[in-house]
Design a protein around this ligand. Structure first.
Ligand code: FEO
Length: 420
């Protein structure tokens, strides 16, 4: 890639190929500008990681999104020459289009490259694209196949996170290709977690887990157990964001995933609400104020209309107590709260205690019915008290009652967290 700055020619003007191991190069693409990812808010962009095993049988592991296929193919051509004649195969361990749609261009330009994947992955890919002309080799889970001087296998981890999801492993160098697991939506020119601010990457890893994997705790635990049974891991190469090369970082992310998969609670209270004319807002803040009187409890308020669903999902993973409030719109909750409830229901939150609150004009129990049927009943959220409902706006006494219930919730959060 050539460029000029003030008349000087630069040899490489783009963050590009990175050596990840003696025989593996990063050849992925950085999506600096993306902010939306199948309904998720990803304020820091993302990367689609792809790797080239440089060997006597050059092998690509994972593809990129079609919007950045040119950049990816450019990396391959820089290393292997325009014809890519040496490149023998591409291994895919997950079919989702952010890791496969770039294949359409690659396979159209270079039909000699053979796709290597499991049967389930092949079947999924064949529903997403016309792959009838693609050379392919279907392998079984855990079957060793050659990638040159080393071999590799794909271990199936169904529903952690799609049915065809696999983890790649090279037994000789002990390198794991974890695909979506352990990744983060973080655009940047760093490739390893030890190169960036730890709070930043841990927040993004947590957000990734909460939004992509929270529902799938059991399969995730199985996948972690499989990873722990490997005869060692030297590096974890992810499909998004940063990778792991230090043992302490590998151990930390495995432990965190185990904790998140169990939705292990900490003393925390979330208050999620929407209102029109300050009444429900006053109640939400009074509940938060009461909860905050209890030491060591983390209290978060989210206004449904001003908060993205992604951010609540990030916080809910380890939160045992949630208060949900709404003003009534005709016979329903306000629409942004409905969206949040639908998303939380879909994420499979579990083992929570709850409280319903809000204001109403002329249909007293409308929001209560919706909160119960849309969130509390399907996710078995145990109500800690009768709903706190007030007409139009709360009185001083009613706000005191909100404070009392907030404090009770916080005590309950401590109690749940101490048991589990
Ligand atoms: Fe990053 Fe499941 O795709």
């Amino acid at each position: 890639m050539l460029a000029r700055i003030r008349g000087r020619r630069l040899l490489s003007a783009k963050p590009g190929i990175v050596q990840m191991a003696s025989n593996i190069k990063w050849i992925g693409a950085i999506d600096w500008d993306v902010r939306e990812f199948h309904s998720l808010h990803i304020p820091k962009g993302t990367t689609y990681n792809s790797y080239l095993i440089t060997s006597s049988k050059p092998t690509i592991v994972e593809a990129v999104r079609d919007t950045l296929a040119d950049e990816w193919i450019g990396h391959l051509r820089t290393i292997c020459g325009d014809s890519l004649s040496q490149v023998k195969q591409i291994v895919l361990n997950h079919a989702e289009p952010d890791h496969t749609s770039g294949m359409k261009k690659l396979m159209a330009m270079y039909p000699h490259i053979e796709l290597v994947c499991t049967k389930k992955n092949f079947e999924t890919l064949s529903r997403l694209y016309d792959i009838s002309k693609w050379k392919r080799r279907i392998i079984k889970g855990d079957e060793l196949f050659s990638v040159g001087e080393e071999s590799m296998l794909l271990h199936e981890v169904p529903l952690a996170h799609w049915p065809e999801s696999c983890i790649g492993y090279m037994p000789k160098s002990k390198i794991v290709f974890s695909n979506d697991a352990f990744g983060q939506h973080l655009a940047g020119n760093q490739r390893w977690v030890d190169e960036v601010d730890q709070d930043l990457y841990l927040h993004e890893a947590r957000s990734y887990y909460g939004n992509i994997l929270l529902r799938l705790g059991k399969p995730v635990l199985k996948a972690i157990s499989a990873a722990k049974s490997l005869p060692g891991i030297s590096k974890v190469l992810t499909a998004h964001g940063l990778c792991y090369r230090r043992q302490e970082d590998i151990e930390r992310i495995l432990k965190l995933y185990e904790t998140w998969a169990k939705q292990k609670p900490v003393p925390k209270v979330i208050i999620l609400y929407d209102g029109n004319w300050y009444g429900t807002e006053k109640m939400a803040h009074a509940i938060a104020s009461g909860a905050s009187t209890v030491d060591s409890v983390d209290v978060k308020i989210f206004h449904a209309r001003k908060t993205h669903i992604t951010d609540v999902a990030t916080e809910i993973i380890d939160c045992p107590c949630i208060a949900v409030g709404s003003a009534v719109l005709h016979e329903d909750v306000l629409p942004d709260l409905a969206t949040h409830m639908s998303y939380l229901r879909c994420l499979g939150i579990k083992d929570k205690a709850g409280l319903i609150f809000g204001t109403y004009g002329w249909t007293k129990n409308a929001a209560v019915k919706q909160i119960r049927s849309q969130l509390f009943e399907p996710r078995k959220v145990r109500e800690l008290a009768e709903p706190l409902l007030v007409p139009w706006g709360p009185s001083r006494e009613e706000l005191t009652k909100c404070e009392e219930e907030g404090a009770r919730m916080a005590q309950e959060a401590i109690s749940i967290a101490s048991i589990k």
